[in-house]
Design a protein around this ligand. Sequence first.
Ligand code: CU
Length: 256
Amino acid sequence: MDTSVDSSPLKRFFAFWMGLGTFCAFGALSYCAYKVTGGEDDPEYVAASKQRSQYREGAEKAQEEKLKAAPVNLTAAVGKLGKQRDSGKPVPGTKAFEEWMKQQAAANPVEPPETDVPKEPKGEQPKEKPVVQVAIDALPGGVMKFKQAELSLKAGSNVELTFSNPDVLQHNFLLLKPGTKEKVGALADAMLTDPEAMKKQYVPESSDILAKTKLVNPFGKEVIKFTVPDEPGDYPYICTFPGHWRLMFGTLKVTK
Ligand SMILES: [Cu+2]
């Protein structure tokens, strides 16, 4: 490519006028654009600008009026803050706080929560009687008999009775009031027709029954607690499975 300067006068003259023409054309285009868009004299722009400044001035004036109408009472505001700060509560972690906590605790005593632990009764307590362990067994082999035909216990003693059943039949143990064996036995027999007899463990409803076990299954046992009556005498005990009582009975001799 030949980069040397063209020195032809005609060509140089032509290039000069081309350049000048381009410059003038740009200038004319810029002027036209300025005129078409309205430039600084755009009435819409001017109106919007005026509106904005008016609004700002109005808002400022309103704020000023408001402040004039209700001046802030600085003294009262500071006083309020001071009250909040000085509520009388000492700062936690200080000795004063500990003292204050003690005072609060003394002023508002908290009831201890109720527990299941029974409260110790006040006053003198009669000494608990020792519990007498008593064993009573059914005889095995389906003979429907108690192994112990007779027992002897002191009146008023506390008893823990273990009734064991090594038999193939179900049995129970009922302690009765003196002279009520036949009466309760008849009630037991009557339970044969009671559809709920099983549910009742073959124990008839009677006030003559002083102590009782459930119907104990073969090879089972049950422990019951009761107090021996205060009245000395012969207290019968029977099994109330229907029919058993005629053979399966014994006598508790209550002594003084
Ligand atoms: Cu029985």
